[in-house]
Design a protein. Structure first.
Length: 271
């Protein structure tokens, strides 16, 4: 490992040191060009990948876990981390940071917490908050703000702590709202077409209809496709009789158990 590191060129060492600071966060060549002195990191990244120093994930690069720890033991990357942190603060304050760059902020914020760079971390997070559309990367932003809260508590900065807690409360509510909306959308997509006439009939009867449908399967070996028949059923809603036609559900693959359920609920309740 030491011999391999000694054979690296200065640009290769710089790119590798920045990726070591980022930990498990992968960066694009464009992001590396913005926070290093290397104008075109792509040829360097290709050379480092051939030698096993970096791995590629889509169009982004990071150091493999095994190499990462050994490299951090061999090199002192504290100066690199400080420089990257200051560089990202400058980029954010100049308005050049985008929501796609939150990956870099994620990586350096973890490093800043680990090495106690709390004041600079708070400067970076505040600069990001005022210039980046963080709503497009809510999950990443929540992680970053949690680290800012850790920094504020370590510094005893009451104002920064209150701000971080407000941000977490606000975006926590947004996360819940998005999850609920996604759940409703999934439920609409999952409703079988054969339930549509029942919904229309219930609406004509002046009653609300909520239909639930679920298939649960447990895989096992040696079994082929399983077909389940759902018999027709009749329900009465507010004086109107509705017949839900039967259907056949075929689940391909190895299946031991298939359960199909449908639920009809009226609103207001039928006396």
């Amino acid at each position: 490992m030491d011999a391999d590191l000694a054979s690296l060129t200065p640009p290769e060492r710089e790119v590798l040191a920045v990726l070591a600071v980022m930990g498990d966060v992968a960066l694009s060549p464009e992001q590396l060009a913005a926070i290093t002195s290397v104008a075109d990191p792509l040829p360097i990244l290709a050379a480092l990948e051939r030698r096993g120093f970096v791995e590629r994930e889509d169009a982004r690069y990071r150091i493999p876990p095994g190499r990462r720890e050994r490299l951090r033991e061999a090199w002192n990357v504290v100066d690199t981390g400080d420089r990257v942190l200051r560089q990202l603060i400058s980029i954010a304050q100049d308005g050049r940071l985008t929501w796609a760059d939150l990956d870099a902020v994620l990586g350096v914020s973890r490093w800043a917490c680990e090495f106690g760079r709390f004041q600079d971390l708070l400067r970076l997070v505040k600069a990001v908050q005022t210039t980046v559309d963080v709503v497009r990367r809510v999950e990443a932003w929540v992680v970053i703000v949690r680290r800012a809260l850790q920094a504020a508590r370590a510094l005893g900065d009451v104002d920064a702590q209150a701000w971080a807690e407000q941000e977490l409360a606000k975006y926590g509510r947004l996360e819940v709202h998005e999850s609920e909306r996604a759940g409703r959308s999934l439920a609409r997509r999952s409703t079988p077409r054969w339930l549509t006439p029942a919904v229309a009939a219930a609406a004509a009867a002046g009653a609300g209809l909520l239909a639930g449908y679920a298939i649960f399967n447990t895989s096992s070996t040696g079994l082929g496709a399983t077909t389940v028949s759902v018999p027709p059923s009749t329900v009465t809603l507010g004086g109107s009789t509705i017949t839900i036609p039967g259907t056949t559900v075929t689940v391909p693959g190895a299946v031991t158990t298939v359960t199909v359920t449908s639920t009809v609920t009226t609103s207001p309740p039928i006396p």
